[in-house]
Design a protein around this ligand. Structure first.
Ligand code: UDP
Ligand code: MG
Length: 320
């Protein structure tokens, strides 16, 4: 079914922005040109940018009433920025898209048709990811393979957050209480009817990636700990294996002392065992700590993000 002005569902296009001053204008132009009708809003979420991004967004908003913005009080990270946009959106259908034009807005009509043909989530799958470094591609590939093998949730490979979702999915997402958001995992967990379209991913237009190695690592840890109990079970397995190793070491030590009478000779094996056991214990405690820290953030129940300024009316922001 083709859409016309009348039956066109209202779209919310959600775009997190972290230092994207070189991309915003063209992005706005390409989005506006891609969506054939006027029934949409673009929600820019300024995630603590230190460049002119916010100024440019406000300028767009003053000339185009379809442009909304939320400026967060600091950098809360990509996932929370997207979440803020999802929460404050009014659309029947929502699009989540990066600001660096790596996610071509021209795919929106195709996603729209697909979603409307009876799906709740249509994600954009990367046929290739040009412009990403070898390191980024390799670590991303490894991460998604590991994640898939240790989780029960089928998180699609080679997809980012670029996708279109129904209002129903949006309503569930904002009811999911976890503080460490991993939206693509949360959506995969939901089930419903999901589909995808394929595209070639271009390099980012201007600026550099806002995903530092540290942010990538934290994101990966949120994905794994949020959707798998395997690491914490691994602690039990390692503990079991190390106990067996220790028992053999104790037997060896006793035999050395009372049968072979050669206690000094065992220095090397003692050192190896001590460091091995010490290292394993620290590793296991680290894994337990990861889960505990996540329990902690959920128990503290702080707000997910703070808004410094916005042109969205906060009063009816939770209208569903
Ligand atoms: N982003 C954000 N907060 C951050 C890091 C990134 O809102 O702390 C935004 C960024 O502006 C972009 C999207 O998230 O719109 C994806 O980030 P980026 O392109 O830097 O990641 P990459 O494509 O390199 O994985
Ligand atoms: Mg990018």
């Amino acid at each position: 079914m083709e859409f016309n002005q009348k039956n066109h569902p209202f779209l919310s296009i959600i775009i997190p922005v972290f230092n994207e001053q070189g991309n915003i204008e063209l992005l706005h132009k390409r989005v506006v040109n891609s969506v054939s009708s006027n029934t949409f809003e673009i929600i820019f979420i300024n995630d603590g940018s230190s460049d002119c991004s916010l100024g440019l967004i406000k300028e767009l908003a003053s000339n185009d009433s379809r442009v909304k913005y939320i400026s967060l009080s600091r950098n809360f990270g990509h996932q929370l920025a997207v979440y803020a946009g999802i929460e404050k959106s009014q659309g029947e259908f929502l699009v989540i898209m990066d600001a660096d034009l790596q996610d071509p807005p021209e795919l929106i009509p195709e996603m729209l048709l697909k979603l409307n043909s009876g799906f709740d989530i249509v994600y954009a799958k990367r046929k290739s990811r040009r412009g990403d470094s070898f390191f980024k591609k390799a670590t991303a590939k490894l991460f998604y393979r590991i994640l898939r093998s240790i989780t029960a949730v089928d998180i699609p490979i080679d997809t980012g957050d670029y996708r279109m979702i129904s209002r129903r999915v949006r309503n569930i997402i904002i009811q999911m209480p976890e503080k460490n958001k991993f939206l693509r995992g949360q959506m995969a967990w939901m089930g419903f009817k999901q589909s995808f379209i394929e595209f070639e991913r271009e390099p980012r237009l201007h600026g550099k990636s806002g995903y530092s190695f540290k942010k990538m690592l934290n994101f990966a840890l949120d994905g794994i700990t949020g959707f798998s109990h395997f690491p914490i079970r691994l602690v039990t397995y390692i503990g079991l294996i190390m106990s067996l190793v220790s028992v053999s070491a104790i037997i060896y030590a006793l035999v050395s002392k009372f049968v072979l009478h050669s206690t000094v000779k065992g220095w090397t094996s003692m050192m190896i065992l001590m460091t091995l056991i010490g290292g394993t214990q620290l590793f296991c405690m680290g894994i337990i700590g990861e889960y505990i820290s996540r329990i902690m953030s959920n128990v503290m129940n702080r707000p997910d993000y703070l808004i410094e300024e916005t042109n969205i009316e906060i009063k009816n922001n939770n209208a569903q």
